[in-house]
Ligand binder design. Structure first.
Ligand code: PLP
Length: 377
């Protein structure tokens, strides 16, 4: 799974400490696969997945647009060469002065999920476009986004009507089916809700233009996942079912699916020990944990593939933990991780599928451990 380029880079430069290496060739392949799988959709890369400058620059050159969540992300995308018309401010929770600043930078597309947020935008970013996010059930997602974002579809109608009344363009509906979504029917359920909002608004004389289908496209960790092609077909069929021949424009916002499989973390075994002499379970402590890159192991939600120098040998059950003095810094304990019995202190490990939601998820210096270093090649 790791590209030879990443392995060669690590062998040649031998950077000290745990680090992430991202291969731009894979990011490019992923972008092109999304384009092929969903040729009618505009791609807005979800910057939070990995905002590395080189990645943003590559995606700018490929023609991508960008979904951002903060002023800083907007600035990073602009610095990578994107024009403001290729940027959405997709966080439904924004300070009014940040909206004003985004507007002054030329951002014209905003996400909302409440009347209150519409009022902020109408005050400081007049006549811009807003799309309203609706809740989804998140079923089938390994990293669900819960009820934090979105409102029920009936309320989305009120929100969009109000936006229209305040002189904004009621532009469309968005949703996110939950990250690492394994169930192809999740988009179908969300699109049914979106189509409902479209119909209701149409009856009031307001024509919405876009459906923003968010992210959620999965990558392969330990289990196989449907291909981009399969997602594309499922989404196309669902769009036809719910919108018939009045197809709106669509947007997708892949984050994990764009960069997740392009990154590999190189880590080191700091200690292999047991809690009692005859315990069957070993504790394997790595130099990377929840606070310096592997936050998505919270709740053991994301289970990363790990390669060791002893692969192929006999394996046994391990608890896997990070290096800090916080007992929350345990990666896998409820479901033990099978690793070679010959694994020893000092061994180097490769952790795959770590291009998304790792480097920027690292704490600044908890316990004096540096944030995860990142190299883009
Ligand atoms: C995080 C996020 C995404 C990306 O989700 P993935 O599951 O990583 O593809 C897309 N859109 C919005 C609004 C997000 O918050």
């Amino acid at each position: 799974m790791a590209t030879q380029r990443i392995i060669d880079f690590l062998k040649t430069y031998r950077p000290e400490g745990p680090c992430l290496v991202v291969d731009l060739n894979i990011v490019r392949d992923n972008y092109l696969s999304f384009e092929r799988a969903l040729p009618r959709s505009r791609i807005f890369y979800a910057v939070k997945a990995n905002p590395a400058h080189e990645i943003l620059r590559l995606l700018v050159s490929l023609g991508s647009s960008f979904d951002t969540a903060s002023l800083r992300e907007i600035e990073m995308v602009l610095a990578a060469g994107a024009t403001p018309d290729r940027i959405s401010y997709g966080n439904t929770i924004k300070k009014e002065r940040d909206i004003a600043r985004a507007y002054s930078l030329g951002i014209l597309l905003y996400a909302v999920d409440s009347i209150e947020e519409v009022e902020k935008i109408a005050r400081v970013a007049p006549a811009t476009r807003v799309f309203c996010r609706v809740l989804t059930d998140g079923v089938g997602a390994e990293w669900p986004l819960s009820r934090k974002f979105g409102c029920v579809p009936e309320m989305a109608i009120d929100v969009l009507r109000y936006a229209h009344k305040l002189g904004l363009e009621a532009y469309g509906v968005s949703f996110h089916v939950g990250s690492q979504q394994m169930d192809l029917t999740a988009w179908n359920r969300a699109l049914a809700d979106a189509a409902d909002v479209f119909r209701n608004m149409e009856e009031e004389g307001i024509t919405l233009k876009i459906v923003n289908m968010g992210g959620g496209f999965p990558i392969r960790y330990l289990k196989d996942v449907p291909t981009a092609q399969a997602y594309g077909m499922a989404i196309f069929d669902a769009m036809s079912d719910h919108f018939g021949n009045r197809m709106p424009e669509t947007i997708i916002e892949p984050g994990r699916g764009m960069v997740g499989n392009a990154g590999v973390i190189r880590a080191e075994v700091v200690l292999v020990s047991r809690k009692a002499v005859n315990d069957a379970v070993r504790w394997v402590y790595l130099d990377i944990g929840k606070f310096n890159g592997l936050a998505e192991t919270i709740g053991e939600a994301i289970r990363y593939p790990i390669r060791t120098p002893h692969d192929g040998g006999v394996v046994g059950p391990c608890v896997l933990a990070g290096p800090t003095c916080d007992s929350a810094d345990v990666l896998y304990e409820n479901l033990l991780y099978e690793l070679p019995v010959s694994l020893s202190i000092g061994d180097e490990l490769f952790i795959f599928g770590t291009g998304a939601y790792t480097a920027t998820y690292a704490s600044v210096a908890f316990n004096g451990f540096e944030p995860l270093r990142s190299y883009v090649i």
